[in-house]
Design a protein around this ligand. Structure first.
Ligand code: ADP
Ligand code: ADP
Length: 226
């Protein structure tokens, strides 16, 4: 069953087509990687799926609802309700500790619960760092706090843009193991990456070029990896 369907979407800036008649679907529970050179439209597509931007043309069905037609207010509600974002531009609040930063996301969804927030930090290996400020954390640790923040509300869909971009090998493995567990729990994952290792962890890779889907590659070894 489809969780997400992009139907003939285009995003046009003047005479530039950042996305040019793109159609893709993602099933519930699927784990998909998005690759493509810089400027191919990856961020534009993630911003549209993440309810932060709208296409110029086309439909974006999330759980059957066309989010390209919703008001900005409704889009914020849908995002808080269904989507966990791991985006580089979502920085931590610098005067709040790691656990407080996670609790901010809970606050927008339901009620902050410190115990749950601490458990989410535990899932990314940061239980011992919970009461540190961002300035006391390394870049990789801050990025893992953002992962904990994204999964705290048990979103149906996790959207990640270069989630392992600043991470060393050990931290990258922590995040990939966590994605595998989220996948096993039924979460849908869409991950933009330049890293072939991160793409190979997914079930399917969609490659964008010049705003179009250039090809899709199924990972034949996916079941054996699990
Ligand atoms: P990627 O994430 O793959 O690097 P982007 O989605 O950021 O690609 O960009 C796709 C194309 O759209 C690029 O040519 C970029 O310059 C252009 N673009 C993106 N956002 C804007 C904008 N707000 N105004 C004008 N052009 C934009
Ligand atoms: P604003 O009030 O500036 O529009 P939001 O209310 O959208 O910001 O988000 C508040 C904080 O929660 C932001 O710092 C952002 O990092 C985080 N956040 C928002 N939406 C999500 C999400 N879907 N997943 C994870 N974190 C989110």
């Amino acid at each position: 069953m489809s969780l997400l369907e992009l139907k003939n979407i285009s995003k046009i800036y003047g005479d530039l087509k950042a996305l040019d008649n793109v159609s893709i679907h993602v099933d519930k529970g699927e784990w998909v990687a998005i690759m493509g050179p810089s400027g191919s439209g990856k961020s534009t597509m993630m911003n549209i799926i993440g309810c932060m931007d709208k296409p110029t043309l086309g439909e974006v069905l999330l759980d059957g609802v066309d989010i390209a037609r919703e008001s900005s207010k409704k889009l914020t509600d849908i995002r808080r309700d269904k989507i966990g974002l791991i985006f580089q531009q979502f920085h931590m609040v610098n005067y709040l500790t790691a656990v407080e930063n996670v609790m901010v996301s809970q606050y927008y969804h339901s009620m902050p619960d410190e115990q749950e927030a601490l458990e989410a930090l535990g899932r990314v290996g940061l239980r011992e760092r919970a009461h540190h400020l961002p300035s006391q954390l390394s870049g990789g640790e801050q990025q893992r706090v953002c992962v904990a923040r994204a999964l705290i509300n048990h979103p149906e869909l996790i959207l990640a843009d270069e989630p392992t971009g600043n991470l060393d090998e050990a931290n990258e493995n922590i995040v990939l193991d966590l994605f595998a567990r989220l996948h096993a729990e039924g979460t849908t994952l869409i991950v933009v990456t330049h890293d072939p290792e991160v793409a190979e962890a997914a079930q399917r890779t969609i490659v964008l070029e010049h705003g179009k889907v250039a090809r899709e590659v199924i990972n034949e070894n996916f079941d054996e990896q699990q």
